[in-house]
Write a protein that binds this ligand. Structure first.
Ligand code: UDP
Length: 491
């Protein structure tokens, strides 16, 4: 059958969180670049962050658009404007936030009903469970998007469906996750699902699982060569097709796309990109702990001191709201930025991460192991210092350090609960941070081997997204599936 994606209309419904929206908007652009009409549903505050990117893709001839649906904050008792998880000041509001997301169902369905061409498929975040009913109503398939790698999704599946942790009495005792194509160990404390208090989420968990079971397939931001047999194993475990169509960040080829990805970058962008231009290739450590976590100011001070103590040039991203006045006072009193002048810079607010990671001056990435960041680090062939915080980030750390051999652990053993970071205080000390960075940049055999493996992986990631590469072919297979229905290849 000849492929005519022009006849297809793919609807994307992301969770309103940066780590979920950013890859889904990239994915929509990838599908639109193949000729399918792509509609991304979001809310006004989020649309502001992505409008420029999407309209630039439109101007380049891609049939993509962003549809804004008002977020019913007042209706659920949320302050107006709290439209993204990175804006929520505390996880206590999480249930209200998910209630508001659920209320998007009706207006989105109404909008879908009026569209020509009629939608052919929905790709929606696993948390948008109600889109399973939407797809059924319109008689089209729904594919679940997990903002994770297959290695993580598969290990969570095996942990849930086995008794491997039943006999483990201590939360801190490492145990082997059974059935994985490449074995690894984790502790009960580090398992995903411990990042928010359970009761906040219990209502939704069952609905999410039910909708996952009803879905026709799974789409992931990853690539076959990275997953070491996990894709086949996961397909077999759930009896559905699993397509890896990433690393999606690589669709941002020109500098403007990279600089504007995910949000308006801080006003100093030009200044620090020029600073990077002046640095030696592969000499700078980029430190950023994602879009959600709010570490205690005391912990961030340790991070600052650790970066300084490492003697390496660095870029340190501090997100807005992160210890604001206390951290700022410390930075000022310590004259931190003066002290590290010429060797380190501090970015406050949103950093154009992919543009920075792609800069030739960057030689290492201190990351919280959020899946997007981890994959973006791999795309830039970077070895990483791993500092997992919560969710499935400890599993990603195991992938990076134990399986792929491209990382050095900072040594954190227990997750922080989202929203309770400040209660925990300091988990990682300055000397541990400096030690991990020193190990990462070391020119000894281990350091060289790590860099070599990271370079090979970066090459594989880029190849996957090129013409004829594995992820390019997977996008074709998704389109083919939508056109032909589930009659083809058995899982
Ligand atoms: N990001 C960015 N600039 C920032 C912080 C984050 O561009 O200052 C992007 C980063 O490139 C990644 C996403 O935000 O694409 C964060 O997703 P990830 O899964 O790494 O972590 P999360 O924020 O969900 O914890």
């Amino acid at each position: 059958m000849s492929l005519q994606p022009q006849a297809l209309h793919v609807v994307f419904i992301p969770l309103l969180a940066q780590g979920h929206m950013i890859p889904m908007v990239d994915m929509a652009r990838i599908f639109a670049s193949r000729g399918a009409v792509a509609t991304v549903y979001t809310t006004p505050v989020n649309a502001r962050r992505f409008r420029t990117t999407v309209s630039r893709s439109g101007k380049l001839g891609m049939p993509i658009r962003l549809v804004e649906i008002p977020f019913p904050c007042e209706e659920v008792g949320l302050p107006v404007g709290y439209e993204n998880l990175d804006i929520l000041p505390s996880p206590e509001l999480l249930t209200k936030f998910y209630n508001a997301m659920e209320k998007l169902q009706e207006p989105i369905e109404k909008h879908i009903r009026e569209q020509t061409p009629a939608p052919s498929c929905i790709i929606s975040d696993k948390y948008i469970f109600w889109s399973s009913d939407t797809a059924q109503q319109f008689g089209i398939p729904r594919f679940v998007f997990h903002a994770m790698c297959c290695f993580s999704v598969l290990s969570a599946h095996y942990v849930k469906h086995s008794d491997c942790s039943d006999s483990i009495t201590s939360d801190m005792e490492p145990f082997e996750v059974p059935g994985m194509p490449k074995g690894f160990k984790i502790t009960k404390a580090q398992l995903p699902g411990n990042s928010v208090r359970q009761q906040d989420f219990e209502v939704f968990r069952g609905k999410i699982q039910e909708a996952e079971m009803a879905a026709q397939g799974v789409v992931l931001n990853s690539f076959n060569e990275l997953e070491h047999g996990c894709i086949k194993a996961y397909q077999k475990a759930i009896g559905k097709r699993v397509w890896c169509v990433g690393p999606v960040s690589l669709c941002n080829k020109d500098e403007t796309d990279m600089l504007q990805r995910g949000n308006e970058a801080s006003s100093d962008t030009e200044k620090y990109m020029a600073w990077l231009d002046s640095m030696k290739p592969r000499s700078v450590i980029y430190a950023c702990l994602g879009s959600l976590c709010r570490l205690a100011p005391s912990q961030l001070m340790e991070l600052g001191r650790g970066l300084e103590a490492s003697q390496q040039p660095f870029v340190w991203v501090i997100r807005r709201g992160e210890g604001d006045s206390e951290l700022e006072n410390w930075l000022m009193e310590e004259r931190f930025e003066e002290r590290v002048k010429g060797r380190g810079i501090v970015i406050r607010g949103w950093a154009p991460q992919v543009a920075i990671l792609s800069h030739q001056a960057i030689g290492g990435f201190l990351t919280h192991c959020g899946w997007n960041s981890t994959l973006e680090g791999m795309c830039s062939a970077l070895p990483m210092v791993t500092w997992p915080l919560f969710s499935e980030q400890f599993v990603n750390e195991a992938l990076v350090v134990d399986i792929l051999g491209i990382g050095v652990r900072v040594g954190v053993k227990v997750p922080v609960r989202w929203g309770e970071e400040r209660k925990v205080g300091v988990l990682v000390r300055e000397d541990e941070i400096a030690r991990a960075i020193d190990a990462l940049v070391s020119e000894d055999e281990e350091g060289e081997e790590r860099r070599k493996r990271a370079a090979e992986l970066g090459e594989k990631a880029r190849r996957a997204m090129q013409e004829g590469g594995s992820s390019q072919s997977e996008v074709s297979r998704v389109l083919q599936y939508i056109m032909a229905g589930p009659t083809q290849e058995a899982v």
